[in-house]
Design a protein around this ligand. Sequence first.
Ligand code: CA
Length: 233
Amino acid sequence: MNKPLILIVEDDPPIRNLISVALEAHDYRHISAANAGNAIMEATSHNPDIVLLDLGLPDLDGVKVIQKIRSWSNMPIIVISARSDDSDKIEALDAGADDYLTKPFSVDELLARLRVTIRRLNQSQMDNADQTVFVNGPLRIDYAAGCASLNGEELHLTPIEYRLLTLLARNCGKVLTHNYITQQVWGTSWENNVASLRVFMATLRKKLEPVPDSPAFLQTHVGIGYRMVRTDS
Ligand code: CA
């Protein structure tokens, strides 16, 4: 992908400017919008590669912008939230955002998130050509055969662990909320499912992670959910 196009949605001019300058310095193209109405218009007419979306917009909540974009596009959306409350991030992720940054954030952190997202975009184009096998460093999942291996050795997973692993792998790079995961794995999101999820994640990590206390594949987002990361990124 050459020179990805980033849509910056931010009503605060100094922050919008800070992001624009950082993107220009790192060879990204960008367009911007200062409110939700313009954001939806720019997203529709320019079809950007990634959207950086502030949640607190003057005309409409950022979550509504995510819902509108998701009605017609899977373009990656990284939410930028000034709110420290996890429930806002969870709401944005459940509406279809891919990742989040909390204000104040550093330019380095922002650039790192963009690189991860672009890698994921490139990877998903490659995965489309061969959807039956997923490879992430030493981890290999053969979806057609329904099995996974680590360093060539088959992992002995329970059905729930396997479903969890494949769900995270198919969304590699994306933060999945507890609610989303339990809906996908159990079909409900009762409180006790979230507790079960923690238990299954712990047993999955024991089998998957060389050092379960410092996981290489499965990140924990405390109070929010989990994400599988590329081990070589
Ligand atoms: Ca704002």
